[in-house]
Design a protein around this ligand. Structure first.
Ligand code: CP
Ligand code: NVA
Length: 306
């Protein structure tokens, strides 16, 4: 593993190794055991979009591992004024030990990895959010004590979170059902990649427009905002289209009795999910948010210790 660009690039074993390390680092962190294995290392964090969890968890993660992190807003570095990815990758590779980048186009992240000489971590693009899904899998494992054979239902827009969930679930043998409205389905490229991975793990993949069909018998019900970053001008139109996809008590009741609710956050109560569900007893959203820290420390410890 040289970079984390897409979960599809990782083998099932690599994902399990990251999850095991994340669980171990979490336990050790809680018992006060420190690992300064990244002493003297610096992570650059390029952000072209807002962030609470990704920014703070990466920065704290580097600090806890003995290294440091630099916040690089694309408004403040020359990339925002049109400096090429090629030059940026080459220059930053001379200063830094790794880069985490949150931006629009996946191709910009892939190009950074191609042109630079240091590990690149995808901190969200319009197409994928692999770090989030590692934390999600860790959370499911903690709550259910297993992953293989469980069913996750994602209900909402077929974009970054859904694509990385397809990869992550297929790679670990979880069944996944995705319900999205017509015109907002997942990109077929990611569905095909997941189906190829599912052939090896036995995971079942269901793509539907019916939220009740997706939620039926699920162990995990997953929501995301209907208005992703960069889509603000589509808000009025999308709110109308997505209303039948709201995760409310009635829809959640179609899942298994002991199902958990996950949401990558930020969440908009009353839109993609009701207060009853997201603030209810089966919601694990804050465990999930916490696990961003532990899962990413596992990624940093794997990629930057070389
Ligand atoms: N879930 C997530 O990536 O949150 P932020 O946008 O706050 O980083
Ligand atoms: N789909 C959301 C995820 C936020 C973590 C977005 O892209 O804004």
């Amino acid at each position: 593993m040289k970079h984390l660009l897409s979960l599809n690039d990782l083998t099932t074993d690599e994902i399990h190794d990251l999850l095991k390390l994340a669980l171990k680092l979490k336990e050790q962190n809680k018992s006060g055991i420190k690992h300064h294995i990244l002493e003297g290392k610096t992570l650059g964090m390029i952000f072209s979009k807002s962030s609470t969890r990704t920014r703070v968890s990466f920065e704290v993660g580097m600090y806890q591992l003995g290294g440091s992190a630099l916040f690089l807003s694309s408004d403040d570095i020359q990339i925002g004024r049109g400096e090429s990815i090629y030059d940026t990758a080459n220059v930053l590779s001379r200063y830094l030990d790794g880069i985490m980048i949150r931006t629009y186009k996946q191709s910009d992240v892939d190009d950074l990895a191609e042109f630079g000489t240091i590990p690149i971590i995808n901190g969200l693009t319009d197409e994928m959010h692999p770090c989030q899904i590692l934390a999600d899998l860790q959370t499911v494992y903690e709550h259910k004590k297993k992953l293989e054979g469980l069913k996750l239902a994602y209900i909402g827009d077929g974009n970054n979170i859904a694509h990385s969930l397809l990869h992550g679930c297929a790679k670990v043998g979880m069944n996944i059902a995705i319900a999205s409205p017509e015109g907002y389905e997942c990109d077929n490229k990611y569905v095909e990649e997941a189906k190829a991975a599912a052939k090896l793990t036995g995971s079942e993949i269901l793509m539907t427009q019916d939220p009740a069909e997706a939620a039926a018998g699920a162990d995990v019900v997953y929501g995301d905002t209907w208005i992703s970053m960069g889509q603000e001008e589509q808000k009025a139109e999308k709110l109308k289209i997505f209303m039948p996809y709201q995760i409310n008590s009635e829809l959640f009741a179609k899942a298994n009795d002991d199902a958990i609710f996950l949401h990558c956050l930020p969440a908009y109560r009353g839109y993609e999910v009701t207060k009853e569900v997201i603030d209810g007893p089966q919601s694990a959203i804050f465990d999930e948010a916490e696990n961003r820290l532990h899962a990413q420390k596992a990624v940093l410890a794997t990629l930057l210790v070389k």
